[in-house]
Design a protein around this ligand. Sequence first.
Ligand code: ATP
Length: 465
Amino acid sequence: MAAPNIETIVSLSKRRGFVFPSSEIYGGLGSAWDYGPLGVELCNNVKQAWWRWMVHERDDMEGIDSSLILNRLVWKYSGHEETFSDPLVDCRECKTRLRADKLEADAAGKLKCPNCGSTNLTEPRAFNLMFRTTIGAAAVEDDPNALAYLRPETAQGIFINFLNVQTAMRRKIPFGIAQIGKSFRNEVTPGNFIFRTREFEQMEMEYFVRPGEDERVHQEWIDYCHQWFLDLGISAANLRFYEQPKEELAHYAKRTVDIHYRFFPEREDEERQWDELMGIANRTDFDLKAHSKKPEDAEGKRLNPDATDDLSYFDEATKERYYPYVIEPAAGVNRTVLAALMDAYNERTTDKGEKRVILSLHPRLAPIKVAVLPLAKNKPEIVSMAKSIKKELQPSMRAVYDDTGGIGKLYARQDEIGTPFCVTVDHQSLEDEAVTVRDRDTWNQERVKASELADYLKKRLGIKC
Ligand code: ATP
């Protein structure tokens, strides 16, 4: 099974320390969330899994970490200043502010307010999603020279560094540049927990190819990305591909395929159960050309009079110069975390008829890999053996020690936060130097020698150094 709805995950997250509403003691801040002790581990594990898969395990990839605030001209020439907007409408009846492209129409084709049902809406107007700020101590409000934006995507930081990375690392096309980092969008209608927030984290990669190779490579990345989610344990039945129709495509895109997750399983209409987890776009040569000094219009006028360099590529083998095409897989860290939590959610009834929640997270994503539990906390030898086992394990995996309840309660707590293994130290352990290892998913128990425990767990967790 998976979680029946996002609400189930919201309450589990708060109860067990994954995600808390931000600024709660001041009444909260619309759709902002803070990641707690387990949430930060889960986010880090998602990012590490992505980085390992995308950068370390490939031969054609480099990573970067660019500035969050870039020169304003980046956003001028990328097209964001002019076009990075959503169509905003207001409901004249209940005064709700809405995104026109997300509304349903009535039988007559008129857009309907989801709040009060009225069709008395204002005409859509473009609302730019970029957060504005000012740079410098002397900046006065509205000084156009001081205006800057918080980045709404990490991609542009990659494009403006294309030549730096390519020359510094002596890369030949095809190759990619990956980046993980925060992005900011002043969303008109944030909501659904961490699904849509104004501050979020992206994992993006720009793969540079020779024009003409783009369509094949695009399809390859669509398949790799789908496989990545499957490898993280997300069930195939809750993933689907969504081919963006022409009218939905961004101005730079030739083709975009989204990977959707079933974030809203409770909705009756099957089509409305799905939403975007990741987008894989063929951005053509739009971005590299837009940031280059050479391209000209029909009258021979430079399209970008501000750029100081040209981001074209010279192919030594064919002696050709061209602007590479770009394939972009772009995923959200937060949406991946939400999908992983929803997909891992299971309920099981014990022999005594008690309901237990089990989070069957992939071991790589689990915030805690092993919990070491003493069977009798009033027996100093048992406590001391359990603590030293925990210490021995912690350099190679996230391990915790817990003696704050009876063993049944401790197992239940670890199941609920997705810890793959519990290790119990009991009276017999003092004699045979062995411990009991309990599996989260099967509840099976196995006796393992304490001296072989680290290797045993590493193998079962699939941990690589
Ligand atoms: P949407 O249509 O849902 O607004 P998008 O198509 O604008 O998303 P992209 O620009 O393709 O999103 O961004 C890539 C990824 O970044 C998305 O697939 C999503 O996982 C994540 N993302 C985008 N906007 C948000 C947001 N406001 N909150 C959380 N994650 C987001």
